[in-house]
Design a protein around this ligand. Structure first.
Ligand code: BG6
Length: 470
């Protein structure tokens, strides 16, 4: 629906941007930190690893000063579990505890609200080696103990905690690291229970703080208007989105999905005790990452198996992963614009997603990722003209305002990313930041921080509370 007048962004709206520890900190094995599963995962040829990243660990004061200059009201970053508890469980690393106090204090000094993710893809490698990570219930206890350390240390200063970043992406696209399909849903279940316990602990230890999950959520379009594709879109919405939010908010698995798993013999066992924990853990808000709406078609079990086998032969890893025989297969939406890296550009999809989340869950929403990852060119005069990024962000911010006018309770907009950092699979060349970091894949150069054109544009957005977008 179109409006004649759009509502303004609410007062106190959280304008800022996001990051994650392993993608920006560097200092990979410094001051007692041990490796995480992200540090040890093989990186594609031609791209850097995460050992030095953008050296944010040593340069956080300079980075936060630049964010303050942009007028940020919040900064979303993650705490590295293998830094705080190097062995995954047991002894706490006081140097690391002090470090994050300093980061938080530096934010507060400028009136920037720290939004702290407790776990962003960086399970301590020692726990993966010791008991195979999330497939073991011990991981629930170890995660909750780590969270409790963070709540006790930082709970008086931090108003917003996020539990687990993109649990759905970890499970759906990297779940094979846990084993067969049954192991994947077991690991997922353990993470859900851990998340619920962390939310309970947060409310007990620091009642003034708020906590929420941070999955990657997106509206799902059917590939055609056929009834079968419509059902497939609904089913994929259950598996990709609702599996992670119905459990977090209502403490219940989506019914049809559970029945489908049971029929195929892969359902996780949910004990009465776990049911009670899932019910007792309640989020105060929903944070979510959005990059572009999904599109699926129905595939029968037979067709799906064939598609998967063909994809395996062609070494087309993504198609294989995104095909669920008897449910759906992801397809490229010819009507959706894409970045040069094939990521969707779909601001209307963001409005649809915001509406769906608000109408289903009626909890305040916080956008914790959205952004345009492409190579940037540093000109000889030291400028970076990233008008494509400005254009991308402007359209998404307008979609936010339309959703607010629709009635959605949106708390803030925290795009990916505050500064350039190392992409999950595409190195430093795929840049998202407002702040350029002068390094290449293998040449660390001087790591100088340089303001992009989008930096000056976003400063006006933050300072005008979203009124000035040109
Ligand atoms: C999200 C992650 O999936 O997307 C981030 O939470 C990630 O860690 C971001 O960097 C962008 O993806 P990519 O692959 O371009 O780095």
């Amino acid at each position: 629906m179109d409006y004649k007048n759009l509502k303004p962004f609410p007062e106190g709206f959280l304008w800022g941007a996001s990051s994650s520890a392993y993608q920006c900190e560097g200092a990979c094995e410094e001051d007692g930190k041990t490796l995480s599963v992200s540090d040890t995962a093989p990186v594609p040829e031609g791209t850097t690893d995460f050992r030095v990243a953008i050296d944010h660990y040593h340069r956080f004061r300079e980075d936060i000063a630049l964010m303050a200059e942009m007028g940020f009201k919040e900064f979303r970053f993650s705490i590295a579990w293998p830094r705080i508890i190097p062995q995954g469980a047991g002894e706490v690393n006081e140097v690391a505890v002090k470090h994050y106090h300093e980061v938080i204090d530096e934010c507060l000094k400028y009136g920037i609200e720290p939004v702290v993710t407790l776990y962003h893809f960086d399970l301590p490698q020692v726990l993966q080696d010791k008991y195979h990570g999330w497939t073991d219930r011990q991981c629930i206890e170890d995660f909750v103990e780590y969270c409790k350390v963070c709540f006790r240390e930082y709970g008086k200063k931090v108003k917003y905690f996020l539990t687990i970043n993109e649990q759905n992406m970890m499970v759906l696209y990297q779940g094979h690291m846990y084993g067969d399909e049954k192991a994947v849903w077991l690991a997922n279940h353990n993470m859900l229970v851990a998340q619920a316990k962390a939310m309970i602990a947060c409310h007990e230890i620091c009642p003034s703080a708020k906590i929420g999950p941070a999955p990657n959520i997106t509206a799902i379009y059917p590939a055609s208007s056929s009834p079968a594709d419509n059902l497939a879109a609904m089913d994929w919405d259950q598996m990709r989105n609702r599996l992670f939010l119905d459990t977090a908010v209502f403490g219940e698995y989506p019914e049809a999905l559970m029945n489908w798993w049971k029929d195929r013999g892969v359902a996780p066992e949910v004990s009465e005790e776990d049911k009670a924990i899932l019910k007792a853990g309640n989020p105060d808000f929903i944070a979510f990452n959005y990059y572009g709406a999904g599109c699926v078609k129905y595939v029968s079990t037979e067709e799906g198996e064939k598609l998967k086998a063909e994809a395996k032969e062609k070494k087309d890893f993504m198609t294989g992963l995104m095909t669920y025989p008897g449910l759906c297969a992801a397809v490229k939406n010819p009507l959706q614009e894409q970045t040069s890296y094939g990521m969707g550009i779909d601001p209307i999809g963001l409005r649809v997603t915001l509406r769906q989340l608000w109408e289903r869950y009626h909890l305040p929403l916080l956008i914790t990722e959205n952004g345009c990852g492409v190579p940037d060119k540093l000109e000889e005069d030291g400028t970076i003209h990233d008008d494509y990024r400005i254009d991308y962000l402007r359209k998404h911010i307008i979609a936010c305002r339309e959703a607010i006018t629709d009635g959605v309770d949106l708390m803030g907009y925290s795009p990916w990313s505050a500064f350039d950092l190392i992409s999950t699979h595409q190195g430093i060349t795929k840049r998202y930041g407002f702040i350029y970091v002068n390094r290449d894949e293998f040449d660390l150069k001087d790591m100088k921080r340089i303001r992009k054109d989008s930096f000056f544009w976003y400063k006006k957005v933050c300072e005008s509370n979203g009124e000035i977008l040109d």
